[in-house]
Design a protein around this ligand. Structure first.
Ligand code: SF4
Length: 454
């Protein structure tokens, strides 16, 4: 773990007091809003339980619900594309753009497109992607990755955004949120009208009706999915819900857990392309696997696919609150990111992420679909350590040797007690290879009383 990507990047974040203040403020506000929204409901726990059960059922028959979804989408006039990998998903979108001669794409609400690196693929193919969620738009201008699922620029102040706009958009500097929003709105309006391609994600997809559901607060997702003549929805295969009636549970569960809202400002229900009056001429739905089937095959890890991306676990996580989203080096930060990134991404970072947790359990307590995140993190840690916690075998052999040699044990304890009283010994012990990682954040136990021996 020494000098791992997460450690390196989180150390930098920890030395940034401004970042820590911003994270504490925003995540604190999200937590308060979520708690008061939940307190309004006497059956919140029962809702979580029901959602967990529906997700468990859906995932246990995922293939048949996906087939049903595909059939209903096609009946409604959409074309369905299955993508195994990020490159397949990106190539499919690029092909669609080429087929319909699209040169500009407006995008909204698609973490999945971040997951597959879609913007880079579009740019390489000569298509200009424009993020239209305000936070994502700012992150794109700054050439940064979002650092939170719901609040992509949680790490930036309004002064940062004002300076960025003045620099990149050549506007008069302002740090007034209203004015910043107006500037972005004026700029994006031109993009909405000139784009030929609209790209969105989907919060849910209903198998029973072939309906895509997009939840948002800014109104831009609605424009992305209705103004351009071609709409591509890119979503993970786990987003499927069996029945339309399930939305009655999942929509309030999502918005209350995410932002404390009883209902979000806009919920778009999209069933097929152009209706009688408006909408795009073409609708493509890309169903992405990218490691999800591997998750599905493991009964414990499968539960990570219940996630509705509300961010509650991220906001409550003490590690996220100090390290910030960029430290995770993954599109998905926080506890859920640490669990799913090893399946969705490759490289060094995802494997180390399950260690980026205190295992305090707060994430599982707040998760609206009751995902056992700490158990999953432990499971992944064991796997990363080849089935057993690192050093466990050596530690157990040492322990059993000491138990068999009680006199030696007493002698060593007495020597350790004496040594601990000598100045300079404790700092030395803290630097020993076996103790270094453990002692980095803990005080050494006091051996004075010899309680362990008795
Ligand atoms: S794991 Fe649970 S709390 Fe975290 S984002 Fe997903 S649904 Fe929300």
């Amino acid at each position: 773990m020494a000098d791992s990507v997460f450690r390196r990047q989180s150390k930098e974040a920890l030395s940034d007091a401004r970042l820590r203040g911003a994270l504490e403020n925003f995540t604190g506000a999200f937590i308060r809003m979520r708690e008061s929204a939940q307190d309004e409901l006497s059956n919140w726990q029962e809702m979580r339980e029901r959602a967990h059960r529906i997700k468990a059922h859906t995932l246990s028959r995922l293939d048949s619900y996906l087939q049903e979804l595909e059939g209903k989408l096609q009946e409604a006039g959409a074309r369905v594309i299955w993508a195994e990998s990020p490159s397949e998903a990106s190539s499919a979108v690029v092909d669609i753009a080429r087929r319909h001669d699209c040169r500009r794409a407006v995008k909204s609400k698609s973490m999945t497109s971040e997951e597959v690196g879609l913007n880079q693929a579009l740019e390489a193919a000569g298509v200009t992607p424009v993020e239209t969620d305000l936070g994502e738009y700012v992150a794109q201008l700054a050439q940064e990755r979002p650092s939170h699922i719901l609040a992509p620029i949680i790490h930036k102040t309004r002064q940062d955004v004002g300076r960025l706009f003045a620099d990149k958009l050549r506007t008069q500097y302002t740090d007034q949120v209203e004015e910043i929003t107006q500037i972005a709105r004026r700029k994006l309006r031109r993009d909405f009208f000139s784009a030929q391609l609209g790209i969105s994600g989907a919060n849910f997809a209903v198998a029973e009706t072939g309906t895509l559901v997009v939840v948002e607060n800014e109104g831009n997702a609605r424009l992305c999915t209705s103004l351009p003549r071609v709409h591509v929805a890119l979503m993970g295969i786990e987003k499927v819900l069996p029945r339309f009636a399930d939305l009655g549970l999942f929509l309030p569960l999502l918005t209350r857990a995410a932002t404390g809202q009883r209902m979000s400002s806009y919920v778009s229900l999209i069933t097929g392309p152009r209706g009688r009056d408006d909408g795009p001429d073409h609708l493509y739905v890309i169903l992405l696997d990218n490691g999800r089937s591997r998750m599905l095959a493991d009964p414990l890890m499968r539960q990570a696919l219940y996630c509705i991306r509300c961010s509650a676990c991220i906001n409550i996580c003490p590690v996220y609150k100090r390290a910030g989203g960029h430290s995770y080096d993954s599109v998905y930060p926080g506890p859920i990111g640490s669990v799913i990134s090893p399946f969705l991404l490759s490289g060094e970072s995802p494997d180390e992420l399950p260690f980026a947790s205190t295992l305090c359990g707060a994430c599982a307590d707040v998760c609206p679909v009751r995902i056992p995140l700490p158990e999953q993190l432990l499971h992944l840690r064991r796997q990363a350590a080849g089935g057993r916690p690192p050093g466990l075998k050596r530690a157990v052999s040492l322990w059993s040797f000491m138990q068999r040699h009680r006199r030696l044990q007493s002698l060593l304890l007495a020597a350790a007690r004496l040594a601990q009283r000598l100045p300079g010994v404790s700092p030395l012990l803290r630097r020993l290879p076996l103790l270094r990682d453990w002692a980095a954040f803990r005080a050494l136990p006091n051996l004075g009383g010899g309680e362990g021996r008795r």
